[in-house]
Design a protein around this ligand. Structure first.
Ligand SMILES: [Cu+2]
Length: 512
């Protein structure tokens, strides 16, 4: 994929512990001229897509832990506002760089610019995308990799490579959204994608060498569809989920909700002159109606021999993906067994007086506040610690810095839904099977000793989950040279945390 971004480096010497490879923390600057270009990734329908600097697919961005990232966003769309979010980055101390419109910033109108400036202190597989309404599936999304000089699996692979899977629509989002949240769609049926993509194409190939071990980083950058992923004739050894290293776990198949990432090692066969299919298959259980013409699968290939044929993928009988709940973090961080603050979010889908279908937490459907939540934190003085100042339709909870917070999510809907927490990863302490109903704290739950941590998690249909995290990322920061847009200083050790979700139609795209 061509990189036509103007990069320049301002180098700083980083002090590294003895014995590690020397590295320098750099300042990496990208100019993002966001504008419309033409694209036809599935070969079935050319359409307008949102590109950067005249190009689409968007560039794979590579950084090294410790780098300062400066992204000069210039909105050249002409007809739509925009924003940029860096999914999974904590933005601890730079909360105003997080991107969600109405939470940490206002939209960037056409013809205007915004500079995102932050340090990447966490290694792993992330992605970047517009956080303006449902804009990103029009193409405005790509992978964001932070390389780790101290990767604990460093000696166990020869090369690393990042690629994506996604769903794809032939129609543009503004029209799809209008039809989706409409009295004409009272059941809230989500738009069904037209096809699936692997690395924004349907002809993706990876040149591999026999015997080598590769570290693949896979991200579901789609709008809606979860994806089953497998590689014929090869096993995957999972070592990372959502930026968190895991104890190695072997599997033949993984399932990625939208916005989830997996890092896994794959060792090539010692002798092979044939090529092998890599398949991603959209989770059709999410679709209310499956059009007869829809091909839910997309195939890519591990290419041992470029002159050999690319085999058609074999059909499979059933999907048996790896259960991510069984993962153990590589650092062994133990269960937060003392909870300071716990609250429930009860999810349901229901209709309002306009006849359209909305998603609700605790009987409230989110309405983007006119004043972004972070600005309210900074301007309401003593009242900043009262949840009510953030608006009656935001489901705000004010957390105390340092507390261990538990969120119980009860799914009163018959669909699967992924949830994403900004600014933290969380321990997944409990996840009920489909049909379990609401979480009952007085039941005898046995929690994992060292729960998996990640930033995006799926709740099962009519199921529930409980997650725990340390509230160590206050949603405010002092003005500084790196952070000139924080206008007011607030010394209180509390911040607002707005429960939002991403990547799932009913939850991310709530407009009145
Ligand atoms: Cu995010």
């Amino acid at each position: 994929m061509a990189l036509s971004l103007s990069n320049f480096l301002v180098c700083l010497i980083a002090l590294l512990p003895k014995g590690l490879p020397s590295a320098i923390a750099a300042t990496v600057t990208h100019d993002f001229n966001v504008g419309w270009v033409r694209g036809n990734p599935d070969g079935m329908a050319e359409r307008s897509v949102i590109g950067i600097n005249g190009q689409w697919p968007l560039p794979l961005l590579n950084f090294t832990k410790g780098d300062r990232v400066i992204i000069n966003l210039h909105n050249k769309l002409g007809n739509q506002s925009t924003s940029a979010h860096f999914h999974g980055l904590y933005q601890n101390g730079t909360n105003d760089m997080d991107g969600p419109v109405g939470v940490t910033q206002c939209d960037v109108p056409p013809g205007h610019s915004m500079t995102y400036n932050f340090t990447v202190d966490q290694p792993g597989t992330y992605w970047y995308h517009s956080h303006t309404r449902g804009q990103y599936p029009d193409g405005w999304r790509g992978q964001f990799i932070i390389h780790d000089p101290e990767n604990p699996f460093r000696g166990q692979f020869d090369e690393e490579m990042a690629f994506t899977v996604s769903d794809w629509y032939h129609d543009e989002m503004p029209g799809l959204l209008t039809d989706f949240i409409s009295h004409k769609n009272p059941t809230g049926a989500e738009p069904v994608p037209n096809s699936a993509l692997m690395n924004d194409t349907q002809n993706f190939t990876v040149a591999v060498e026999p015997g080598k071990t590769y570290f693949f980083r896979l991200t579901n950058i789609g709008a809606f569809a979860g994806q089953y992923f497998w590689i014929e004739g090869h096993r995957m050894r999972i070592i990372e989920v959502d930026g968190v290293y895991t104890q190695p776990a072997e599997t033949d198949m993984i399932y990625l909700t939208t916005a989830q990432r997996y890092g896994f090692l794959v060792t090539m066969k010692e002798n092979s002159s044939s090529n092998f299919a890599m398949v991603s298959s959209m989770d059709e259980s999410l679709f209310d109606v499956v059009p007869p013409t829809l091909n839910p699968n997309v195939t890519g290939w591990l290419m041992y021999d470029a002159s050999a044929p690319k085999p058609v993928a074999s059909p499979i009988e059933a999907f048996h993906p790896f259960d991510d709940f069984s993962l153990v973090p590589e650092d062994g961080l133990e269960l937060f067994d003392h909870v300071d603050y716990s609250f429930n979010l009860d999810l349901k889908m229901d209709n309002l007086g306009d006849g359209a279908n909305y998603a609700f937490f605790n009987d409230v459907t989110y309405v983007t506040p006119v004043v972004p939540t972070l600005y309210s934190v900074l301007t309401t003085g003593d009242k900043a610690s009262e949840a009510a100042v953030y608006g009656a339709y935001t489901n705000s909870y004010v957390l105390n810095k340092g507390d261990i917070v538990e969120i119980v999510l009860n799914n009163d809907d018959g669909g699967k839904h992924p949830f994403h927490l900004h600014g933290h990863n969380f321990q997944t302490v409990y996840r009920a099977p489909a049909g379990s109903g609401f979480y009952n704290a007085s039941d005898d739950h046995s929690f994992p000793a060292a729960p998996m941590r990640r930033d995006t998690l799926m709740v099962n249909p009519n199921g529930n989950f409980a997650i725990r995290f340390r509230a160590d990322n206050p949603g405010e920061s002092a003005p500084s040279a790196q952070n000139p847009s924080a206008l007011l200083m607030n010394e209180q050790e509390s911040g607002s945390s707005t429960a939002t979700s991403t990547g799932t139609w009913p939850l991310a795209l709530l407009q009145p």
